[in-house]
Write a protein that binds this ligand. Structure first.
Ligand code: CDP
Length: 805
């Protein structure tokens, strides 16, 4: 164009803004052991808490004798429900509008439930004292199956006896929590009755657990002189914790400071409020000393928030040619002993009503029944947005089952039912407005890259060779196409305990042209300090290297709803862009004044404002920042700061196309993943390197869930998978190479067009791995078998199909 072009490109590259694979600024401290986690917080006189937990899944607590524990040298206190009751803190509200015992009040409802809190001078003494607390239990009948629970005379929640209505409407039975219905049941049933083809399938999405590397914990420090409570914790939503702590304790909110330091993974596990937080606060208030509570791995797996546990039955109607005409979905959701699901208030089953997936389904109906059982409470979105992974697994299995029924290719069946590009914004039958998408382009790219037709040919040859006895290995081709829904709000639809789901960014430019930005979110490893700075760099024209990002301290960060459900980019990322634009608007006025032209006669150019048509006359953002503090400009306040509270107009709808090629040894049940291809579309890409890392992580967790990870209970309610010996956490040994790819379909309503990405690979990955296993046996008559597909279950499937004879 002109000789300024190369210089412009160079200036742009120097910003390290949008689209740059900027190295993660956090990693210098993480890789050198300089991270600062909750357990690194050490204070003079700090005490340590530990829980006495129930060995029974359902039992009456007859008595608790603390004497021996209190007599142990170094023990300071032992708290029980009786001690908390006068403070009205023996029960606490859950995020789902239910209430939960902080310490066992009369009975216990799940194995591992908190019964007493021991406070001692060190962690070892606390653990020894736990053993000395004598609790007498009287065993009660145990219900671990939600269907039995709904028929049983045993009343699990005696505190709710006689209540026929709960926070989400009528209760049909004393162990029933709610029924949540979406869509048009009558119209759906009519379609099902008159359709050419109807298939019905039931599937269980088993209970699992986010299992972050760092378990949950906190340090509570009550400064009685100044009346200030400081709480460090592994919180994914620090501001919400502050508000809830204020409501529960009566301490005014300005006197509570919540700090989330570095967090070693959250995946939904660190959203809710746990008894450990309440007990630590009470213990600090009572003793006047700081109190630390950090759970161990078994406690984390047994007693903190689980994920999934959905029993789903689907009916799908279609024409003979495979055009889907209706969908019916009935879910029985096992919520454990208390309803502590972390969902926006109006969505007691989260966003399960995204279960029509990526398909243009004219009519649909969804009903979810929540049920109490003798299992741990939780129901969090483990690396997904509020039950989206259940929804996507459901529809992607239903599509496979329909393909079997119609004797059609499952890729083609998807293609003919995809929502078409020109249908966006698309109104789904279950109430969502999908913002943007181009599914056919993504699907075609994926299938072409993996040579789908060639793979199917090879698979057919393998089946023939197997039948001739020439091989004992079958080949599965797993397909999945998913649409995620991420970025809760909008405030009018989404709140948690009445707190609207927006997010925020506050930015302060320093006179020398560097900046600090604070946000209401909190990174747990996603690299926010790297990527939020990139958004701002492109918006305000200062290098990302000159912008500090700070999150997680409620005394300094603006109020926000935190990080989960891939909401950081769609909501706080948008707030960052909007705050950046406010800075730019003021900078434009300053530049015009300095250049002695009208405001409209300057325009933004990467890192400066130039006089229109005279590019050699400009002021850089650094010049402008200096002037903002040092020059009296008529009509303008000094300083250069901005804040944005962003209420998103809609969610964002990232999508993706995944293919998995798997070889399965029929005699051992061992699957070997030969190829995994993942195409993700998350709109505008902020940092491609970080996106790739997010995809690798999400796929690894998807592999875990599909192929073995499970929280399993026996009939007595014992957790059978409470250690990492039994709970499958994949290592480099099990994880294959992942090929990543992308298309870019920006969100039309997000300021920079970005959609979330962190959870997509998990959402799309689980059905893809599962479909690969099941597809390997399609030629031998398998229609559906439940996850997790561990070696034993795969072997069993082969055996059931007569492949070992
Ligand atoms: O809420 P959470 O941070 O878990 O998820 P996210 O918003 O999907 O972002 C995960 C990471 O990927 C962040 O560092 C984002 O900045 C980055 N990302 C990106 O580079 N481009 C996108 N379009 C979306 C996310």
């Amino acid at each position: 164009m002109n000789d300024l072009t190369p210089e412009r490109e160079e200036r742009s590259a120097n910003l390290k803004g949008l689209g740059c694979s900027r190295k993660r600024v956090e990693d210098a401290r993480f890789t050198q052991g300089k991270g600062n986690y909750v357990d690194d917080v050490k204070m003079p006189g700090m005490l340590h808490g530990d829980f006495v937990r129930s060995p029974y899944a359902h039992a009456r607590v007859v008595s608790v004798n603390k004497d021996a524990a209190l007599a142990l040298d170094g023990v300071v206190a032992v708290l029980t429900a009786e001690d908390l009751a006068p403070l009205n803190l023996h029960w606490m509200p859950t995020l789902a509008g239910d209430k939960q015992m902080v310490l066992a009040d009369g009975k216990v409802l799940f194995q591992g439930q908190e019964v007493a809190f021991v406070v001692a001078r060190d962690r070892y003494v606390a653990a020894d004292a736990v053993e000395l607390v004598e609790v007498e239990y009287e065993e009660l009948p145990v219900l671990t199956d939600p269907f039995e629970s709904l028929k049983s005379d045993v009343v699990l929640r005696e505190d709710l006896a006689g209540q026929t209505t709960g926070p989400h409407g009528p209760r049909k039975h004393h162990n029933h929590i709610f029924t949540w219905e979406q869509g048009d049941e009558t119209a759906t049933n009519q379609v099902l009755e008159s359709a050419d083809v109807v298939v019905e399938e039931s599937m269980y999405y088993h209970r699992t657990h986010p299992c972050p590397l760092e378990t949950c914990g906190c340090v509570a420090s009550m400064d009685k002189v100044n009346g200030k409570l400081t709480l460090w914790g592994t919180f994914q939503a620090p501001h919400v914790v502050r508000t809830v702590a204020s409501m529960l304790s009566g301490i005014e909110e300005h006197n509570i400071r919540v700090i989330s330091p570095d967090i070693g993974g959250g995946f939904g596990n660190k959203v809710g409020v746990y008894p450990g937080y309440i007990c630590s606060i009470v213990a600090s208030i009572v003793t006047g000393q700081p109190v630390k509570w950090v759970e161990d791995r078994m406690e984390n797996l047994m007693a903190t928030a689980f994920a999934r546990d959905y029993w789903m039955t689907g009916k799908i109607a279609a024409t003979k040619e495979g055009k889907i005409t209706g969908l019916h979905c009935q879910v029985t959701a096992d919520h454990g002993g208390f309803d502590a699901c972390a969902d926006p208030t109006k969505f007691p089953a989260g966003f399960m009503n995204i279960c029509t997936g990526s398909y243009d389904i004219p009519v649909a109906y969804l009903a979810v029944d929540g049920v109490y059982t003798n299992k741990a409470p939780g129901g969090v979105s483990y690396r997904c947005s509020f039950r989206v992974t259940e929804a996507v697994y459901f529809i992607e299995r239903m599509i496979e089952v329909l393909a079997i029924e119609l004797d059609m290719d499952a890729a083609e069946l998807r293609r003919i039912n995809f929502i078409r590009k020109e249908q966006f914004p698309y109104q789904s039958a279950l109430g969502w407005e999908y913002d943007s998408g181009d599914y056919h382009t993504a699907w075609d790219k994926a299938l072409k890259t993996v040579d789908y037709d060639g793979l199917r040919k090879e698979q057919a040859e393998r089946v023939e060779a197997f039948k001739r006895g020439e091989t004992r290995t079958l080949m599965g081709i797993g397909l999945s196409f998913f649409t995620e829904i991420v970025g809760a709000g909008p405030v009018k639809n989404c709140d948690i305990l009445g707190m609207g789901m927006f997010d925020s960014c506050e930015i302060r430019i320093h006179p020398t042209g560097s900046a600090i930005a604070r946000l209401g979110t909190i990174s747990q490893g996603q690299g926010h300090a790297t990527t939020f700075a990139q958004i701002l760099a492109s918006e305000i024209g200062l290098s990302a290297d000159s912008i500090t990002i700070e999150e997680g301290d409620t005394d300094t960060a603006p109020y926000g709803l935190g990080t989960y459900g891939s909401r950081s980019t769609p909501v706080a990322g948008a707030a960052a862009a909007m705050a950046g634009r406010k800075i730019r608007a003021k900078a434009q006025m300053i530049a015009a004044y300095l250049l002695e032209v009208h405001d409209d006669d300057v325009e933004f150019d990467v890192d400066r404002f130039v006089v229109k048509g005279v590019p050699e006359r400009f002021k850089t953002m650094k010049d402008i920042a200096y002037a903002a503090y040092n020059q009296a400009i008529p009509g303008l306040e000094l300083g250069l700061e901005a804040v944005s509270y962003y209420d998103p107009p809609n969610m964002t709808y990232p999508f993706g196309a995944y293919v998995c090629v798997m070889d399965i040894d029929v005699d051992t049940g061992v699957p070997e993943i030969r190829r995994f291809y993942a195409l993700d579309d998350c709109g505008t890409r902020i940092n491609p390197m970080i996106i790739e890392g997010q995809v690798h992580g999400g796929l690894t967790e998807a592999l875990a869930v599909a192929l073995g990870q499970e929280i399993a209970y026996d009939k007595m309610g014992n957790v059978k998978t409470a250690t990492l010996m039994d709970f499958f956490l994949p290592t480099a040994w099990e994880v294959p190479n992942f090929e990543t790819d992308h298309t870019v379909t920006p969100s039309p309503h997000h300021p920079i067009g970005a959609k979330g990405v962190g959870e997509s690979p998990h959402v799309g990955g689980v059905p893809c791995f599962s479909n690969a296993v099941q597809d390997a046996f399609r030629a031998f008559g398998l229609r559906h078998t439940n996850m997790p597909h561990d070696h034993w279950r795969i072997w069993q499937t082969a055996n059931d199909l007569g492949l070992h004879e």
